[in-house]
Design a protein around this ligand. Sequence first.
Ligand SMILES: [Fe+2]
Length: 321
Amino acid sequence: MLTRILRFPLPLKAASKINLLLEKLSRKVRSLLRLWQGDPSFLVMSWLARFVVVREWMAGRGTYQPQAVVEATLLHRVAGVCPLESSGQVARLIQSHGYYVGFSLQDSILQNLLTFAETMPCYANRDSALPFYLKDKAQFEQELGVPLLVAGYLDTHEKCDAYQKLKVDPYLLDIASQYLNHSAVYMRGELAWGFPTPNTLADKIRTARVYHCDINDFKTIKFFFYLTDVGEGEGPHAYIEGTHRNRRFSHQWMGQACAAIDDEILVKTYGRDRVRVVTGPAGTGFVGDPYCLHRGAVPSRHPRLLLQLEFGIHPYRIWYF
Ligand SMILES: [Fe+2]
């Protein structure tokens, strides 16, 4: 393409490098245009919200008044591990550490979600053209010709009663609102399987299995629930404590592109002693600021079913996908 434009021959290597660069640039411009046309305020936010000082300033402008009494909740204490803290205390712990680990789902809610996952189709690689039932996974993979790394339920989990109850759970909403210092706005959720499958670095980047941060608003908060037992072999979620507020300026500037930095470099930069790995039985719940560097490992032994719900400050008409 470039040599045709310039009308003089370039060395093959240089021409292909420049072509790659031009293609990358064109992809970037197309993506920026899509965001601009979808919702200009999202585009502005996606650039500004990468800076810690802007994030904290925006949260500081909020005027959320905590509930005097938080009513019934679908969560309960994790027996023998950690008491169920008040929503204010959980919000403060997230503010200082980036995450809070210490609650679990009521059994009836967990069972309802598991029944949904077993009886509704999920979608290979989150592709709406590739539905299958979990019980048929082996046959589906054979037909597809490749083993699956992930399968999600797209937005069908919105039809699940238990999910609808969690979305409006007063305890979760109060934690989210206190952390954001604004009345929390529900953004989206995901129910997805991670399967033990051989994978490449490109697969890991594509499926967020490398350390990264998510910038979906000036500040957001995400609740995670393991719906299957998760140990070291089931792809546990990990995060680097404190990186939601203490981050090198160069990494703030990069924003979500931090995912391109080698995991080992990020761990060395922020300290191996700050890496936290969350394991626990089915029903284990935890919550964090997804700007904190985090990743979900690829399972090596058994599949993992994870539920996530994200809340933010502003509603947008668009997001990255
Ligand atoms: Fe993420």
